[in-house]
Design a protein. Structure first.
Length: 444
């Protein structure tokens, strides 16, 4: 007896004014153009699953292959959970985000923490870190991110640690990267990284010079933009194989200048290994320092459409459908290491005492509950809203830290759902046109 078939919850039917009758499936990320008759038939099937039986067997088989019809409504969810668990509990790599200091040389109003005590790693902790890495005998790759504060404020520690890692024979450096404000990225630092190459470096600016210099300042309100640009030049001269990512922070105040700044900088650095991308300012503080400036989900879509239409910037509207929802915090072999040798699972927890999950010199978690919460606690696959969501296959589910804050601390942060959640209909034509350009349309 043949198994019963179901209309996949990940199907979208749309009569597009421009492109006719379409079906899109978020699990396969495939579009297909339909004859009107099939479109009408599918609309009926969506309302009444029993009508699948009116389709002939060959057609059903084709639709099954395209995952438009499925034998088990939950099969996608089970496969995603399996993939998630495999990766979360994979111990072949060690991942560390090391903060050699919590100090920062800038006084940006949205994150400046005033007189808060800042700590820099001492040589004993550096040694503990090297021993900790060495103790992972069954691991052969270390993925390393420098974090902070501003990581280059702890450059001497970075130098000593990287030299030390070279002497750990069973571990080779895998992915190596650093987010930095770029101000201290001078010639000496660039030369050092030429000898200890990074795969990528991420340098943050706050849009055009005029805006940037009012926010990303040195004490005394001194500007930083020109120096950062000069440093990026120098860095790229010595590190041509390192991918440079310019992260441009955006709020309502500077969102309109993104297109021009993007084109200006891309033109200035033409031919270099460089990408520029927008980062929308988020506010997790209770004090609402910038909340009124935050960019809402619908506005983000308007922003991306304008980039494409007005500035001819190649925005990729094709979603990624291999999302797992994993991040460092959800991986068993991943830690954020603070300058006193304390360890966390999540970047957002750095410096918060009750979020410490262990110490470098104590090689087991000291806070099992929190570790378990990140590794096995509720994620999007336990959330009824996500389980029922049509765009689950193309959504990461957002940040787990945010999800847990909302679940356990009655917060209402709105950063989990992706831009497509309320806008899939609006994005249909744009997405479809890009698919056509890239010639990956499927025919049914
Ligand atoms: S939980 Fe969120 S903030 Fe923490 S590491 Fe993951 S994505 Fe980043
Ligand atoms: S986070 Fe939002 S958009 Fe993503 S799967 Fe869950 S409900 Fe859907």
């Amino acid at each position: 007896m043949k198994n019963k078939l179901f209309w996949s919850q990940y199907n979208y039917l749309k009569k597009s004014d421009k492109h006719g009758y379409l079906i899109y499936n978020t699990e396969t990320n495939n579009f297909a153009k339909l004859p009107e008759e099939s479109f009408n038939q599918f609309q009926q099937i969506e309302l009444n699953n029993e009508l699948i039986e009116t389709l002939n067997d060959d057609f059903k088989e084709t639709l099954k292959k395209q995952r438009i019809l499925v034998e088990d409504k939950k099969s996608y969810l089970y496969r995603r959970r399996m993939k998630y668990n495999f990766q979360a509990f994979d111990t072949s790599n060690l991942g560390l985000a090391v903060a050699p200091t919590t100090s920062c040389n800038f006084i940006c109003p949205y994150c400046y923490e005033g007189e808060k005590k800042h700590v820099t790693m001492n040589e004993e902790t550096e040694l503990n870190l090297l021993n900790f890495i060495d103790s992972h005998k069954r691991t052969n790759t270390l993925n390393l991110t420098w974090y902070g504060g501003e990581p280059l404020m702890g450059f001497s520690s970075i130098q000593r640690i990287l030299e030390g890692i070279k002497n750990i024979n069973h571990i080779k450096l895998g992915l190596h990267n650093m987010p930095t404000n770029g101000y201290l990225l001078n010639k000496d630092v660039s030369l050092f990284f030429k000898e200890h190459p990074m795969d990528s470096i991420q340098i943050t600016i706050d849009g055009a010079k005029e805006h940037h210099d009012t926010l990303r300042m040195l004490p005394g309100n001194l500007p930083t933009f020109d120096r950062i640009i000069q440093n990026i030049d120098t860095f790229m001269d010595y590190n041509s194989n390192t991918e440079v990512f310019i992260r441009m922070n955006l709020s309502h105040e500077n969102i309109n200048s993104y297109g021009d700044t993007y084109l200006k900088l891309m033109n200035y650095w033409k031919g270099r290994k460089l990408s520029i991308y927008p980062a929308f300012v988020k506010d997790f503080s209770e004090s609402c320092k910038t909340n009124c400036l935050l960019v809402k989900r619908d506005e983000k879509l308007d922003f991306f459409i304008e980039l494409k239409d007005k500035y001819d910037i190649d925005v990729n509207f094709n979603p990624y459908n291999q999302c797992t929802g994993l991040c460092g915090a959800t991986l068993i072999n991943y830690y954020v290491v603070g300058p006193e040798g304390e360890m966390y699972k999540c970047w957002n927890d750095l410096g918060v005492k009750d979020r410490i999950v262990g110490y470098l010199d104590i090689k087991e978690p000291t806070n099992y509950d929190l570790t378990a919460m990140y590794l096995a606690g509720p994620n999007l696959m336990d959330d009824p809203q996500c389980i029922d969501c049509k765009i689950l296959p193309i959504c990461t589910g957002g940040c787990l830290w945010v999800r847990h804050k909302n679940l356990y601390e009655n917060k209402e942060y709105d950063y989990s759902c992706c831009t497509r959640k309320n806008n899939i209909e609006r994005m249909f034509d744009i997405h479809y046109e890009q698919v056509l350009q890239r010639k990956i349309e499927k025919k049914i």
